[in-house]
Write a protein that binds this ligand. Structure first.
Ligand SMILES: NC(=O)c1ccc[n+]([C@@H]2O[C@H](COP(=O)([O-])OP(=O)(O)OC[C@H]3O[C@@H](n4cnc5c(N)ncnc54)[C@H](OP(=O)(O)O)[C@@H]3O)[C@@H](O)[C@H]2O)c1
Length: 250
């Protein structure tokens, strides 16, 4: 966990895992910069956490260059950020060939361009401060190759590689990097899929709460573990997925 008196920046803080990261980090961070497009949701979170942490609400669309620039400026003004959670994300379900390419490209910008930009800006401050933690929220879907999530899964696989390589580059400077790979988690994430996604088809045992996912992520900090798959059932699925990929090389 980060030291007291530290600043956290959490993207996608208006719902789900991002809001929960803010709640759990509030006990050990004085200041939280909470970023998302829905400003009224962020204000609600700031009210909820009043008295525990100072929440700076920042409305920004991280799929746009302008939105990323706003966050970089906030980081410069309110930082140094000791704790960066690149969590904002959207899903996509369906055959790539039928997808709207603009929305796929926007997802690439959100998951990849925004995450690397915020890391690039935060790391020099973390180095100067002698340490810091970066959590890039990936997905179990990046470890189990599936149809209908081609670009989504690929952006998350990017974050896995990026996090592993960055962790190796930075380990001597006291900065740790985690790629958090949640499985099915009760948030608003699947709402956008409408009837294309049937929650009932997923066994109840595979669903986790945002509280449990975030708690596993924060508990793993300091362990040196980069890839964090919360939940034993999910870890078993991840192992099988990776074994299938390895077997295809033989
Ligand atoms: N839930 C799952 O089952 C699951 C599984 C694996 C991985 N994940 C990953 O977990 C992360 C968090 O998702 P969640 O489950 O918490 O979903 P969620 O409840 O839908 O929350 C997504 C968050 O991302 C923000 N966001 C989306 N597009 C944005 C944009 N263009 N600019 C800024 N913020 C944006 C949303 O805020 P606004 O709409 O207000 O902008 C919201 O705060 C995502 O990266 C997702 O890929 C989720």
């Amino acid at each position: 966990m980060p030291d007291e008196n530290s600043v956290a920046l959490v993207t996608g803080a208006s719902a789900g895992l991002g809001a929960e990261f803010c709640r759990q980090l509030a006990s050990c961070c004085d200041v939280i910069i909470a970023v998302a497009r829905r400003g009224e949701r962020l204000l609600g979170l700031a009210d909820e956490l009043a008295g525990t942490a100072e929440v700076h609400c920042l409305e920004a669309d991280l799929a746009s260059i302008e939105g990323v620039a706003l966050v970089l400026e906030a980081m410069r003004q309110k930082g140094p950020v000791r704790f960066l959670v690149n969590n904002a994300g959207v899903g996509s379900l369906g055959a790539f060939v039928d997808s709207a390419i603009d929305s796929q490209r926007a997802m690439v910008s959100l998951h990849i361009d925004a995450s690397i930009s915020l890391c690039r800006a935060a790391i020099p401050f973390m180095q100067a401060a002698g340490g810091g933690s970066i959590i890039n929220v990936s997905s179990l879907g990046s470890l189990v190759i599936s149809k209908d999530i081609a670009v989504y899964g690929a952006t998350k696989a990017f974050l896995n590689y990026f996090s592993e390589a960055l962790h190796a580059e930075l380990s001597s400077s006291g900065i740790e990097v985690q790629a958090l790979c949640p499985g099915f988690t009760h948030t608003e994430f699947h709402d956008a899929f409408g009837e294309a996604f049937d929650r009932e088809r997923i066994p109840e045992t595979l669903w986790m709460t945002a509280e449990a996912v975030v708690a596993e992520s924060l508990t793993a900090l300091g362990s040196g573990q980069v890839m964090v798959v919360p939940g034993e059932d999910n870890r078993e699925i991840a192992r099988s997925g990776l074994q299938r990929q390895l077997a295809s090389l033989q």
